[in-house]
Design a protein around this ligand. Structure first.
Ligand code: GSH
Length: 277
Protein backbone atom coordinates (compact mmCIF):
# COMPACT_ATOMS: atom_id res chain seq x y z
CA UNK A 1 0.00 0.00 0.00
CA UNK A 2 1.35 3.44 -0.94
CA UNK A 3 2.05 5.51 2.16
CA UNK A 4 -1.12 7.27 3.37
CA UNK A 5 -2.59 6.62 -0.07
CA UNK A 6 -0.15 9.14 -1.57
CA UNK A 7 2.05 8.54 -4.61
CA UNK A 8 4.76 10.96 -5.74
CA UNK A 9 4.69 11.93 -9.41
CA UNK A 10 7.51 13.71 -11.22
CA UNK A 11 5.72 16.08 -13.55
CA UNK A 12 6.79 17.67 -16.83
CA UNK A 13 5.35 21.14 -16.97
CA UNK A 14 5.23 24.26 -19.07
CA UNK A 15 5.59 27.77 -17.62
CA UNK A 16 1.88 27.96 -16.72
CA UNK A 17 2.41 25.00 -14.39
CA UNK A 18 0.27 22.63 -16.38
CA UNK A 19 1.51 19.24 -17.49
CA UNK A 20 2.68 19.08 -21.08
CA UNK A 21 3.74 15.46 -21.50
CA UNK A 22 1.01 13.13 -22.77
CA UNK A 23 2.71 10.29 -20.89
CA UNK A 24 2.54 12.21 -17.63
CA UNK A 25 -1.09 13.08 -18.32
CA UNK A 26 -1.96 9.41 -18.81
CA UNK A 27 -0.18 8.61 -15.55
CA UNK A 28 -2.00 11.33 -13.61
CA UNK A 29 -5.32 9.88 -14.77
CA UNK A 30 -4.15 6.35 -13.97
CA UNK A 31 -3.26 7.33 -10.40
CA UNK A 32 -6.60 9.07 -9.91
CA UNK A 33 -8.43 6.09 -11.43
CA UNK A 34 -6.89 4.08 -8.60
CA UNK A 35 -7.96 6.63 -6.02
CA UNK A 36 -4.49 7.90 -5.08
CA UNK A 37 -3.56 11.36 -3.91
CA UNK A 38 -0.77 12.69 -6.09
CA UNK A 39 2.21 14.54 -4.63
CA UNK A 40 3.60 16.45 -7.58
CA UNK A 41 7.29 17.18 -7.97
CA UNK A 42 7.10 20.14 -10.36
CA UNK A 43 9.58 21.07 -13.06
CA UNK A 44 10.36 21.28 -16.73
CA UNK A 45 12.60 19.55 -19.24
CA UNK A 46 16.17 20.48 -18.37
CA UNK A 47 16.08 19.52 -14.70
CA UNK A 48 14.68 15.98 -15.07
CA UNK A 49 17.90 14.10 -14.37
CA UNK A 50 18.71 16.30 -11.41
CA UNK A 51 15.17 16.19 -9.99
CA UNK A 52 15.08 12.42 -10.17
CA UNK A 53 18.48 12.05 -8.51
CA UNK A 54 20.04 10.78 -11.74
CA UNK A 55 17.42 8.03 -12.17
CA UNK A 56 15.74 9.20 -15.37
CA UNK A 57 16.00 11.52 -18.35
CA UNK A 58 12.34 11.02 -19.19
CA UNK A 59 9.07 11.49 -17.38
CA UNK A 60 6.77 10.34 -15.89
CA UNK A 61 8.36 8.69 -12.88
CA UNK A 62 6.57 7.79 -9.69
CA UNK A 63 7.63 6.82 -6.20
CA UNK A 64 5.21 4.56 -4.35
CA UNK A 65 6.17 3.35 -0.87
CA UNK A 66 9.80 4.17 -1.63
CA UNK A 67 9.81 2.27 -4.93
CA UNK A 68 10.66 4.15 -8.10
CA UNK A 69 8.76 3.20 -11.24
CA UNK A 70 9.67 4.83 -14.55
CA UNK A 71 7.73 4.86 -17.82
CA UNK A 72 3.99 5.42 -18.20
CA UNK A 73 3.21 1.89 -19.40
CA UNK A 74 5.32 0.28 -16.68
CA UNK A 75 3.53 2.49 -14.15
CA UNK A 76 0.12 1.36 -15.44
CA UNK A 77 1.23 -2.29 -15.24
CA UNK A 78 2.66 -1.73 -11.77
CA UNK A 79 -0.62 -0.21 -10.56
CA UNK A 80 -2.73 -3.07 -11.95
CA UNK A 81 -0.38 -5.70 -10.49
CA UNK A 82 0.12 -4.04 -7.09
CA UNK A 83 -3.42 -2.88 -6.43
CA UNK A 84 -5.70 -5.56 -7.93
CA UNK A 85 -8.39 -4.60 -5.39
CA UNK A 86 -8.64 -1.14 -6.98
CA UNK A 87 -10.32 -0.40 -10.35
CA UNK A 88 -8.19 -2.01 -13.05
CA UNK A 89 -6.70 0.22 -15.71
CA UNK A 90 -6.40 -2.50 -18.32
CA UNK A 91 -7.85 -5.64 -16.77
CA UNK A 92 -8.14 -7.99 -19.71
CA UNK A 93 -4.87 -8.24 -21.70
CA UNK A 94 -6.71 -7.34 -24.91
CA UNK A 95 -7.29 -3.83 -23.51
CA UNK A 96 -3.56 -3.23 -23.48
CA UNK A 97 -3.15 -4.45 -27.05
CA UNK A 98 -6.05 -2.42 -28.45
CA UNK A 99 -5.06 0.67 -26.46
CA UNK A 100 -1.66 0.57 -28.10
CA UNK A 101 -3.34 0.44 -31.50
CA UNK A 102 -5.67 3.38 -30.75
CA UNK A 103 -2.78 5.37 -29.38
CA UNK A 104 -0.40 4.74 -32.26
CA UNK A 105 -3.19 5.56 -34.72
CA UNK A 106 -3.87 8.84 -32.90
CA UNK A 107 -0.19 9.75 -32.84
CA UNK A 108 0.18 9.06 -36.55
CA UNK A 109 -3.11 10.76 -37.47
CA UNK A 110 -3.21 13.75 -35.13
CA UNK A 111 -0.07 14.27 -33.05
CA UNK A 112 2.28 14.11 -35.99
CA UNK A 113 0.58 16.90 -38.03
CA UNK A 114 -0.31 18.90 -34.90
CA UNK A 115 3.33 18.76 -33.84
CA UNK A 116 4.39 20.77 -36.88
CA UNK A 117 1.48 23.20 -36.42
CA UNK A 118 2.01 23.78 -32.69
CA UNK A 119 5.75 23.26 -32.12
CA UNK A 120 6.32 27.00 -31.74
CA UNK A 121 3.65 27.12 -29.03
CA UNK A 122 5.29 24.06 -27.45
CA UNK A 123 8.62 25.86 -27.21
CA UNK A 124 7.21 29.27 -26.31
CA UNK A 125 4.97 27.92 -23.53
CA UNK A 126 7.79 25.88 -22.00
CA UNK A 127 9.66 27.23 -18.99
CA UNK A 128 12.09 30.01 -19.97
CA UNK A 129 15.09 27.91 -18.93
CA UNK A 130 13.89 25.13 -21.29
CA UNK A 131 13.50 27.23 -24.45
CA UNK A 132 16.98 26.65 -25.80
CA UNK A 133 16.87 22.92 -25.08
CA UNK A 134 13.45 22.51 -26.70
CA UNK A 135 14.54 24.56 -29.72
CA UNK A 136 17.61 22.41 -30.32
CA UNK A 137 16.25 18.99 -29.35
CA UNK A 138 13.03 19.27 -31.38
CA UNK A 139 15.00 20.08 -34.52
CA UNK A 140 15.77 16.36 -34.67
CA UNK A 141 12.04 15.49 -34.68
CA UNK A 142 11.57 18.06 -37.44
CA UNK A 143 14.10 16.44 -39.73
CA UNK A 144 16.67 19.16 -39.14
CA UNK A 145 14.28 22.07 -39.77
CA UNK A 146 14.02 24.94 -37.31
CA UNK A 147 10.79 25.49 -35.39
CA UNK A 148 10.15 28.64 -37.42
CA UNK A 149 10.49 26.74 -40.68
CA UNK A 150 8.32 23.86 -39.48
CA UNK A 151 5.29 26.02 -38.62
CA UNK A 152 5.08 27.75 -42.00
CA UNK A 153 1.63 27.02 -43.48
CA UNK A 154 0.14 25.89 -40.18
CA UNK A 155 -3.11 27.76 -40.96
CA UNK A 156 -3.53 25.61 -44.05
CA UNK A 157 -2.57 22.36 -42.32
CA UNK A 158 -4.57 22.65 -39.07
CA UNK A 159 -7.99 22.25 -40.76
CA UNK A 160 -6.80 19.06 -42.48
CA UNK A 161 -6.58 17.16 -39.18
CA UNK A 162 -10.20 17.07 -37.89
CA UNK A 163 -11.60 15.05 -40.86
CA UNK A 164 -8.96 12.36 -40.27
CA UNK A 165 -10.33 11.75 -36.77
CA UNK A 166 -13.63 10.41 -38.14
CA UNK A 167 -13.17 6.72 -37.16
CA UNK A 168 -12.43 7.82 -33.60
CA UNK A 169 -15.45 10.12 -33.63
CA UNK A 170 -17.72 7.31 -34.81
CA UNK A 171 -16.45 4.99 -32.12
CA UNK A 172 -17.19 7.55 -29.43
CA UNK A 173 -20.60 8.33 -30.89
CA UNK A 174 -21.55 4.73 -30.06
CA UNK A 175 -19.75 4.36 -26.73
CA UNK A 176 -19.57 6.73 -23.80
CA UNK A 177 -15.96 5.74 -23.13
CA UNK A 178 -13.40 3.59 -24.91
CA UNK A 179 -13.68 1.52 -21.73
CA UNK A 180 -17.47 1.14 -22.30
CA UNK A 181 -19.62 2.46 -19.45
CA UNK A 182 -16.57 3.65 -17.52
CA UNK A 183 -13.25 5.11 -18.59
CA UNK A 184 -10.19 2.89 -18.58
CA UNK A 185 -6.55 3.26 -19.57
CA UNK A 186 -7.49 3.42 -23.26
CA UNK A 187 -9.44 6.61 -22.54
CA UNK A 188 -6.55 8.08 -20.59
CA UNK A 189 -3.97 7.33 -23.29
CA UNK A 190 -6.25 8.84 -25.94
CA UNK A 191 -7.26 11.84 -23.80
CA UNK A 192 -3.57 12.47 -23.16
CA UNK A 193 -3.09 13.41 -26.81
CA UNK A 194 -5.69 16.17 -26.50
CA UNK A 195 -4.51 17.22 -23.04
CA UNK A 196 -1.01 17.62 -24.48
CA UNK A 197 -2.37 19.89 -27.20
CA UNK A 198 -4.54 21.89 -24.80
CA UNK A 199 -1.49 22.56 -22.62
CA UNK A 200 0.21 24.49 -25.44
CA UNK A 201 -2.18 25.45 -28.25
CA UNK A 202 -2.64 29.18 -28.65
CA UNK A 203 -5.06 28.65 -31.54
CA UNK A 204 -7.87 26.09 -31.66
CA UNK A 205 -7.51 22.75 -33.40
CA UNK A 206 -11.14 21.61 -33.54
CA UNK A 207 -14.39 23.30 -34.54
CA UNK A 208 -16.87 24.33 -31.84
CA UNK A 209 -19.39 21.73 -32.98
CA UNK A 210 -17.01 18.79 -33.17
CA UNK A 211 -18.85 15.71 -31.84
CA UNK A 212 -15.64 14.63 -30.09
CA UNK A 213 -16.25 17.48 -27.70
CA UNK A 214 -18.64 15.49 -25.52
CA UNK A 215 -16.06 12.80 -24.77
CA UNK A 216 -13.27 15.36 -24.40
CA UNK A 217 -15.28 17.46 -21.96
CA UNK A 218 -16.24 14.36 -19.96
CA UNK A 219 -12.61 13.31 -19.87
CA UNK A 220 -11.19 16.70 -18.91
CA UNK A 221 -13.82 16.93 -16.13
CA UNK A 222 -12.93 13.55 -14.58
CA UNK A 223 -11.50 13.44 -11.07
CA UNK A 224 -12.57 16.91 -10.05
CA UNK A 225 -11.54 18.51 -13.34
CA UNK A 226 -8.07 16.97 -13.58
CA UNK A 227 -7.75 18.27 -17.14
CA UNK A 228 -8.95 21.78 -16.30
CA UNK A 229 -5.74 23.41 -15.13
CA UNK A 230 -6.05 27.21 -15.55
CA UNK A 231 -3.12 27.15 -17.97
CA UNK A 232 -4.98 24.90 -20.42
CA UNK A 233 -6.21 26.43 -23.71
CA UNK A 234 -9.48 25.63 -25.42
CA UNK A 235 -9.18 23.15 -28.25
CA UNK A 236 -12.40 24.44 -29.81
CA UNK A 237 -13.14 27.42 -32.00
CA UNK A 238 -11.32 26.52 -35.21
CA UNK A 239 -12.81 28.73 -37.93
CA UNK A 240 -12.90 27.15 -41.35
CA UNK A 241 -12.05 29.10 -44.47
CA UNK A 242 -13.48 28.59 -47.96
CA UNK A 243 -11.90 25.47 -49.39
CA UNK A 244 -11.16 23.82 -46.04
CA UNK A 245 -12.52 20.25 -45.84
CA UNK A 246 -15.63 19.38 -43.83
CA UNK A 247 -14.27 18.74 -40.31
CA UNK A 248 -16.54 15.77 -39.63
CA UNK A 249 -19.23 13.69 -41.29
CA UNK A 250 -22.62 15.29 -40.77
CA UNK A 251 -24.73 12.42 -42.10
CA UNK A 252 -24.89 9.27 -39.96
CA UNK A 253 -22.74 6.49 -41.34
CA UNK A 254 -24.55 3.71 -43.20
CA UNK A 255 -23.35 0.30 -44.14
CA UNK A 256 -22.52 -2.91 -42.42
CA UNK A 257 -19.80 -1.66 -40.10
CA UNK A 258 -21.93 0.78 -38.14
CA UNK A 259 -25.34 -0.90 -38.36
CA UNK A 260 -26.53 -4.15 -36.77
CA UNK A 261 -28.21 -6.82 -38.87
CA UNK A 262 -31.39 -7.74 -37.02
CA UNK A 263 -33.11 -9.13 -40.11
CA UNK A 264 -34.16 -7.85 -43.56
CA UNK A 265 -36.03 -4.79 -42.23
CA UNK A 266 -32.81 -3.46 -40.74
CA UNK A 267 -30.87 -3.79 -44.02
CA UNK A 268 -33.66 -2.83 -46.45
CA UNK A 269 -32.45 0.75 -46.98
CA UNK A 270 -28.94 -0.41 -47.69
CA UNK A 271 -30.15 -3.25 -49.95
CA UNK A 272 -32.33 -0.85 -51.96
CA UNK A 273 -29.36 1.45 -52.40
CA UNK A 274 -27.16 -1.44 -53.56
CA UNK A 275 -29.80 -2.62 -56.04
CA UNK A 276 -30.21 0.91 -57.41
CA UNK A 277 -26.48 1.16 -57.92
N1 GSH B 1 8.26 5.57 -22.83
C1 GSH B 1 8.23 6.67 -21.93
C2 GSH B 1 8.38 7.96 -22.71
C3 GSH B 1 8.54 9.16 -21.80
C4 GSH B 1 8.95 10.39 -22.55
O1 GSH B 1 9.53 10.33 -23.66
N2 GSH B 1 8.65 11.55 -21.95
C5 GSH B 1 9.02 12.79 -22.57
C6 GSH B 1 7.93 13.81 -22.44
S1 GSH B 1 6.56 13.47 -23.49
C7 GSH B 1 10.21 13.37 -21.84
O2 GSH B 1 10.41 13.10 -20.67
N3 GSH B 1 10.97 14.20 -22.53
C8 GSH B 1 12.10 14.82 -21.96
C9 GSH B 1 12.88 15.52 -23.00
O3 GSH B 1 12.39 15.73 -24.09
O4 GSH B 1 14.00 15.89 -22.68
C10 GSH B 1 6.92 6.67 -21.14
O5 GSH B 1 5.92 6.15 -21.68
O6 GSH B 1 6.90 7.13 -20.00
Amino acid sequence: MAENNHITLYDLQVASGCTISPFVWATKYALKHNGFEIDIVPGGFTDILERTGGRSERLPAIVASGRWVLDSWLIAEYLDETYPDRPMLCGDPSVKVLTKFVESWLWRTAVSPWFTCYIKNYRDQSMPQDHEYVTQSRRAFLGGRSIEEAVVGREDRTPLVPPTLEPFRQLLAEHRWLGGDKPNYADYRALAVFLWLASIASTPALTDDDPLRAWLDRGFDLYGGLGRHPGMRSLFGLKLRPGDPEPFTKTPGGGGIASRNTGPASTRGESDRLKRA
